[in-house]
Design a protein around this ligand. Structure first.
Ligand code: 3H9
Length: 677
């Protein structure tokens, strides 16, 4: 195999070039080549300075994540970075694209850094449950100061070249199209300067109050995660007067500890899961896509408006149809209000708000959808209403228009069957609030054409969603798995648990909220038959009393004027009443562990059944659904990853103990452990 690293002489400057597509990850061959090239430059008396740059779309995007967990090969990255820094001749990093993680650390090991204006620098290791492990936590604060180093490492977001230059991380911003030439010229300028500026030889100083404030401000965001605090601790170490060597030793220990833990394994799993989710089994990657230059939406309610915003924000014009003017006005008002709120927070410019609103055409005329490339129906969940809309769309839309339903449960094949073009029909299940939530379940009907599915999956990327292909099954992936959890949560109430206890266990697990908090937020009346005289379960009783959740100030909890919940004596009475009427045994103490086993194990089991039925392409897709659609804690990797780390034998035993029938594939896993696919 030829080395991905080559060297090119430009007079007395040696340019070291990496060509390791797609993102110049620092795999073993790259590290080996870099190490050898630096030594070559140092040894060659005719070379005065060196430049490191990358071919392709980016500077090194980090260590090669696929190597993690495998036996080490070649020189280790910290050693390579030390070799660069120790060079007796100046080394200049020439940065374009993204210098991330180990790539940023290579740049920090260089004596100088130049970058094009569009370049970004970052240490996103925290998003993989890690920290910069090649001296980054020690060099970064020494160069950029503790506050920025804390932000970059513990939050993981990259910064633009301009900001990096202001912070002292970049020595010169060079021409967007003349990176190499400008870097060589810069190398010649500094070639004779001594001593060489080495980050490791500088001092960092921390303000303890600022560090404490940083921890406090981000406490919520860091809840449950191990890596952010480990990053902060390393930055503190760099600034507590310890030697660079001691700081690096501290960093190495922390890095190794995180790498061996389940959180990082979970987060690395998600990195690849998210990228894998976009691939459609059985459809060639080069399938010709249908152009989507205009979108129609039926229904300007909360969902319709939120869905519209995704396209408007991506510059795709939207025609939105309602039946009544007041509903249309209300919907458009909400869209504008949302954009203006974003602008007020400084995340959008007023002219961007106007551009987005200018691309929105509100109308009462259904016929205005005729020319749209994609029409998404977002009305309420009644099959008859949906069928009526699809029949009308079928009659008016031009040939080739993709017709999508935003249904959360209904049979997409049945909807498609009322059209003469079932091949053009599929589900696009957005999650509420649709302008915020990243997940999109793309529901592939039995007759959905491959190019229709491929087009919508590609479109999802354009509107910055994480899309997952689901099959036609009640509730698709996410909501189908939610159902057993909700059923069991209600049973737990009858047996003696309280909504507070069940929710607390879920929040402690890392979910943003528990099943009862979720019901109160979504609306206890969702799916209610609307007959106050017909009370068959606790939910009916709540709904009949107008306890519809947060919106009515009462649900499974009581709410004060600021929507702060408190335990509800009335709910306790209702539960007690039901218990009496149904002849259920007296309430008993229920352990937190039982709540986990009875609400989360069946959810995982349902995931296995979904896979067995072919309604999800792969287990990692299910994990993506739960992370991006339901707030499953990232550090637990999604339900299927968690099931494996919990142990399939434990899951199966727990299911059986509580009277559930474990999926066949889970039983099989007990005999042959490993990941479920
Ligand atoms: C680290 O550096 C640890 C060190 O501190 C310590 C060491 C001791 N490795 O995202 P894309 C693949 S940890 C291997 O679709 P984009 C990716 O899987 C690392 N593979 O492109 C995909 O493959 P496929 C810290 C990688 O343009 C393909 O490249 N660095 C890596 O949307 C294209 O990726 C990071 O965490 C990698 N490091 O975004 C940066 N990176 O086509 C992680 C990507 O088969 N990477 N791949 O699915 C990113 O954030 C984005 O990939 C990037 C490009 C912004 C670079």
């Amino acid at each position: 195999m030829p080395s991905p690293i080559r060297t090119e002489r430009h007079g007395d400057v040696l340019v070291i070039v990496s060509d390791n597509p797609p993102v110049n990850a620092l795999g073993a061959a790259v590290r080996e080549g870099l190490d050898a090239a630096i030594r070559q430059g140092v040894a060659d008396a005719s070379i005065a300075a060196m430049v490191i740059r990358c071919d392709g779309r980016t500077f090194f995007a980090g260590a090669d994540i696929t190597e993690f967990g495998k036996p080490p090969a070649g020189p280790m990255l910290p050693t390579v970075v030390d070799t660069i820094e120790a060079s007796s001749k100046p080394v200049v990093a020439a940065i374009h694209g993204t210098a991330l993680g180990g790539g940023c650390e290579v740049a920090l090991g260089c004596h100088y850094r130049v970058a094009v204006p569009s370049a970004k620098l970052g240490t996103p290791e925290v998003k993989l449950g890690l920290l910069p492990g090649a001296g980054g936590t020690q060099r970064l604060p020494r160069l950029a100061g503790v506050p920025l180093a804390m932000e970059m490492t513990a939050l993981g977001d990259p910064i633009a070249a301009g900001k990096a230059a202001d912070a002292g991380l970049i020595d010169r911003i060079v021409g967007e199209d003349s990176l190499e030439a400008d870097a060589i010229a810069y190398a010649r300028e500094i070639a004779g300067k001594r001593p060489l500026p080495r980050a490791s030889e500088r001092q960092a100083r921390a303000d303890p109050d600022a560090v404490a404030a940083f921890r406090k401000v981000n406490a919520r965001r860091f809840r449950g995660f191990e890596a952010p605090e480990a990053n902060v601790a390393c930055i503190e170490k760099a600034a507590d007067g310890s030697s660079f060597a001691d700081g690096v030793a501290f960093e190495r220990r922390s890095f190794a500890g995180l790498m061996a833990g389940t959180q990082s394994a979970a987060q690395r799993h998600l990195f690849f899961a998210e990228r894998q989710a976009g691939r459609i089994d059985g459809i060639p990657a080069d399938t010709a896509l249908r152009p989507v230059a205009s979108v129609g939406i039926v229904g300007a309610g909360t969902m319709g408006g939120g869905i519209a915003m995704n396209f408007l924000s991506a510059g795709i014009p939207v025609t939105i149809v309602e039946m009544r003017q007041d509903a249309l006005d209300r919907g458009i008002g909400t869209v504008r209000g949302n954009y203006e709120a974003t602008a007020a927070k400084g995340r959008m410019r007023p002219e961007q708000v106007e551009a987005a609103m200018g691309a929105l055409t509100p109308t009462l005329d259904f016929g205005a959808l005729a020319g749209c490339d994609l029409v998404i129906e977002a009305v309420y969940e009644t099959m008859e209403v949906k069928k009526d809309i699809f029949t009308r769309l079928d009659a008016i839309c031009k040939s080739g228009t993709i017709l999508a339903s935003n249904t959360s449960y209904l049979d997409v094949d049945e909807i498609a069957a009322c059209t003469k073009r079932p091949q053009d029909v599929l589900g696009m299940h957005f999650f509420s609030p649709a302008n915020v939530m990243k997940l999109l379940e793309v529901v592939r009907g039995a007759r959905t054409a491959p190019d229709v599915l491929a087009t919508v999956m590609a479109l999802a990327r354009r509107i910055r969603k994480v899309a997952v292909v689901a099959g036609v099954t009640h509730g698709f992936i996410g909501n189908r798995m939610l159902m057993p959890r909700q059923v069991e949560a209600m049973k737990l109430l009858m047996e003696g648990a309280t909504p507070e206890q069940v929710d607390r266990v879920h929040v402690a697990f890392g979910m943003p909220m528990g099943p009862f908090q979720m019901s109160d937020l979504a609306g206890v009346d969702i799916g209610w038959h609307r007959d106050p005289a017909r009370i068959e379960n606790i939910r009916d009783a709540l709904a009949a009393e107008g306890r519809w959740g947060q919106k009515t100030g009462a649900g499974f909890y009581d709410y004060d004027a600021r929507r702060q919940p408190s335990p509800s004596p009335r709910v306790a009475e209702i539960v007690e009443d039901f218990r009496g009427r149904s002849g259920a045994p007296a309430p008993r103490d229920i352990s937190d562990q039982e709540i986990v086993e009875r609400t989360l194990y069946p959810l995982v089991n349902e995931g296995a059944l979904i896979l067995e039925g072919g309604f999800a392409q792969r287990a990692s897709d299910i994990d993506v659904v739960w992370i991006y659609g339901y707030g499953w804690p990232v550090y637990r990797g999604g339900p299927m990853f968690w099931g494996e780390s919990e142990g399939w034998d434990r899951i199966v035993a727990g299911l059986e103990k509580h009277g559930f029938e474990p999926a066949g594939s889970l039983r099989a896993k007990v005999k042959a452990p490993g990941a479920i696919h």
